[in-house]
Design a protein around this ligand. Structure first.
Ligand code: 1CP
Length: 351
C-alpha cells in the first residue's frame, strides 16, 4: 500500500525513510490561484479569515489542484492582533495597517491579551473542519513569532527595515521585554489551540527577524522563542521555525529546541546543514522566482535541490519565501510533478 501524504509527511518529520521528500509551499493558498481570486471578489480579507466555511474552502483549494502532502490552515500571523490593538486592517494594495502604533512604554499597557477561545474562535473551528475534510493529508498550524508581531504593532504596517521596532527595543528595553512576553503568551495559546485540533506540525514565522543583528537577536528574541519551543504541552508536536533573511542568524538559532528550520534563499541547504548539524530537520528552499521562468529551468533547479536536500531524511521540500501572486499555475504544476516523480536513491546513507 502506498503511503498517504500524511504518513509520508510524518515519516519525514520523524527522520524515517520516505521514497521522496514531502512538500508543501509557503502561501500555497492565495492570490496566484484563480479560484481564490474568484472567492475573494467583493470581500475583505477579514471576512474570509473569520468565516470557517470560507477558510476551509481556501485551505483545500491548493490541495485539490496540486495534492500537496500538507495543507496549511488559511489564517494569518496577524489573527491574534485583531482584538489586541485598534484599527488593524489588511488593505489590498498596502498590506496590514494599524491605526495607532505603539510609540511609548505606556502604550504597551493598552494592549489587550487575546485568547483563541474568546477573540478568534474561528481558528479552531476552521481547523476542525479542515481536519475532518482532509484526514489523509498533513495539516500545518502556524503563528507569527513574537518579534514579527511586535514589529507590526510598533511600525503600524509592513516594514522595510524594522527600524522603529529596533529603536523602541533599544530605548525602552523593559517595555519591549514586556511586549515580547505578552506576545509570547499569546503565541503559545494560539499554538496549543491548534494542537488540540490535531495539526501534524506547527510553523512559527519570524518574517522580520532577519533585520536584527545576531547579538540583538540573541538577547531580545531568542529567550522568547525558547519559551515557546520548550513549552511542556508543545514538546511532542513537531515544530518548524522560519526566520526570513536569516542566514546570519542561523548559528545563533541552531540550538533552538524546534524540530525543523525552514531556510530562505540566503544560503544553500548544504551550508545550512553544516551549521545546524545532523539532528535538525531542514525545509526549503526554492526561490519562488523560478516559478516565473520556464518549464526547463524549473525542472532543472528543482531536481538539483531535491538531490541536495534528500541526502538527509529529515527534509521537507518548500519554497524559500512565499509564492509570488503572479505565478502561473501551470508552472506550479511542473514543480509538483517534478517533486512527485523524484525518487530518493534507496542506497543512500542519509540519517
Ligand atoms: O487576498 C489578499 O489580499 C490576502 C493575502 C493574504 C493571504 C492569502 C494575507 C494578507 N494573508 C494570507 C494568508 C496567510 N498568511 C497564510 C495562510 C495561507 C498559506 O500560506 O497558504 C499564512 C501562512 C500567512 C502568513 C503571513 N502573513 C506572514 C508570514 C509569511 C511570510 O511570507 O513571511 C506574514 C508576514 C503575514 C502578514 C500579511 N498577511 C497578509 C498580508 C498582505 C501580509 C503582509 C505581508 C507583508 O507585510 O509584507
Amino acid at each position: 500500500m502506498p503511503l498517504t501524504p500524511r504518513e509520508l509527511f510524518n515519516k519525514a518529520l520523524r527522520g524515517e525513510f520516505t521514497p521522496r521528500p514531502p512538500f508543501w509551499f509557503m502561501r500555497q493558498a492565495g492570490r496566484y490561484l484563480p479560484e481564490y481570486r474568484k472567492l475573494r471578489e467583493g470581500k475583505s480579507f477579514e471576512e474570509m479569515l473569520m468565516n470557517p466555511e470560507m477558510a476551509t474552502e481556501i485551505t483545500l483549494q491548493p490541495i485539490r489542484r496540486f495534492d500537496m502532502d500538507a495543507a496549511i490552515i488559511f489564517s494569518d500571523i496577524l489573527t491574534p492582533l485583531y482584538g489586541m490593538t485598534r484599527g488593524l486592517k489588511i488593505i489590498p494594495s498596502k498590506g496590514p495597517v494599524v491605526d495607532r502604533p505603539l510609540t511609548s512604554p505606556r502604550d504597551v499597557d493598552t494592549l489587550k491579551k487575546t485568547t483563541p477561545k474568546e477573540d478568534f474562535p474561528y481558528l479552531a473551528e476552521s481547523l476542525r473542519m479542515v481536519r475532518q475534510e482532509l484526514p489523509h493529508h498533513a495539516l500545518i498550524g502556524f503563528s507569527g513569532a513574537p518579534f514579527t508581531l511586535a514589529s507590526y504593532l510598533i511600525e503600524g504596517a509592513s516594514t522595510r527595515d524594522a527600524l522603529k521596532t529596533k529603536v523602541f527595543a533599544l530605548k525602552y528595553p523593559e517595555a519591549f521585554s514586556r511586549l515580547m512576553k505578552l506576545l509570547t503568551d499569546v503565541v503559545i495559546e494560539q499554538l496549543l489551540t491548534q494542537k488540540q485540533q490535531g495539526v501534524d506540525a506547527i510553523q512559527v514565522f519570524d518574517s522580520w527577524g532577519g533585520f536584527l543583528p545576531p547579538k540583538l537577536y540573541e538577547e531580545l528574541v531568542k529567550p522568547h522563542l525558547w519559551r515557546i519551543f520548550v513549552h511542556s504541552d508543545l514538546k511532542n508536536l513537531p515544530t518548524i521555525f522560519y526566520a526570513r533573511g536569516s542566514s546570519h542568524l542561523l548559528s545563533v538559532l541552531k540550538d533552538l529546541p524546534c524540530s525543523f528550520f525552514s531556510i530562505d534563499f540566503t544560503l544553500t541547504l548544504q551550508d545550512a546543514r553544516q551549521i545546524v548539524g545532523p539532528n535538525k530537520g531542514l525545509q526549503g528552499n526554492l526561490d519562488p522566482s523560478y516559478l516565473l521562468s520556464t518549464k526547463e529551468v524549473i525542472v532543472k533547479e528543482t531536481t538539483r535541490m531535491l538531490r541536495e536536500g534528500s541526502t538527509h531524511l529529515r527534509y521537507i521540500f518548500n519554497l524559500a519565501v512565499g509564492i509570488n501572486k503572479n505565478t502561473p499555475v501551470e508552472n506550479v504544476e511542473v514543480l509538483v510533478q517534478t517533486i512527485k516523480q523524484f525518487s530518493r536513491d534507496e542506497s543512500h546513507d542519509g540519517r
